[in-house]
Design a protein around this ligand. Structure first.
Ligand SMILES: Nc1nc2c(c(=O)[nH]1)N[C@H]1C(S)=C(S)[C@@H](COP(=O)(O)O)O[C@H]1N2
Ligand SMILES: [Mo]
Length: 200
């Protein structure tokens, strides 16, 4: 397997240091929020595809994903239903690594999942060390209920942007709302600006 680098905060955090986004409360457990049944995606059949605005496709099977350099990182999670979980530890491949060979001038991305879930975000929010295809959580393989074998993780936005069972990312010149964005959730979803709904 390729090299593993660690980054991000990984020490102990004193309670006095905790600063939550507005309207959030702390939780210790890890709630499961899925809009449908958990797809059982076997790694032997898993495939991830980036499709550019010109229709060019870049594919990775499980072996190809796991051959890429992975990162261990620690981050906070903020769900629009108001729970936040701090200091979660993950392992995954940075989207920067996956996009290294992708030529695009698109501004927007639509992530899509096994099972049909979609969510949209600006492409720049997937780049610059801010997003991963995560396959490890808490030192173990990511559980199916939390999106295993692999999920998108974009922790600086509300957790609905972190598509579980991610299958691909489509790049677009024009923004297109995903599953929750299409029914009234905020198009961008920054927890620090409390962008929960359209009107926020
Ligand atoms: N494929 C898929 N991804 C998804 C969802 C979903 O229903 N399907 N729910 C989203 C929502 S609303 C949240 S809050 C998080 C929950 O992640 P968790 O179940 O690991 O806590 O996953 C997000 N990603
Ligand atoms: Mo959510």
């Amino acid at each position: 397997m390729a090299g593993l680098v660690s980054r991000g905060f990984s020490g102990r955090r004193r309670t006095g240091d905790v600063k939550l986004p507005p309207g959030q409360y702390l939780t210790e457990d890890f709630p499961v929020l899925s809009s449908g049944p958990t797809p059982q995606v076997r790694t032997e059949r898993w495939e991830f595809t980036i499709t550019t605005e010109t229709g060019a496709e870049h594919h990775w099977d499980w072996a190809a994903l796991r051959a890429l350099p992975a990162e261990r990182f620690t981050t906070d999670l903020h769900c629009v239903t108001k729970w936040s979980k701090l200091g979660t530890t993950w392992e995954g491949v940075s989207l920067d690594t996956l996009f290294a060979g992708v030529e695009t001038t698109a501004g927007y991305a639509l992530a899509h999942s096994y099972g049909g879930y979609t969510t949209n975000l600006p492409l720049e929010d997937l780049l610059g060390g801010k997003a991963w295809i995560a396959f490890g959580y808490g030192g173990k393989d990511l559980a199916a209920e939390h999106g295993g074998p692999a999920r998108l993780l974009v922790p600086h936005l509300y957790l609905w942007k972190s598509a579980k069972w991610v299958r691909g990312i489509r790049l677009m010149n024009a923004d297109t709302p995903g599953f929750w964005e299409g029914v009234g959730y905020h198009n961008y979803g920054d927890p620090w600006r409390e962008q929960r709904y359209w009107s926020d």
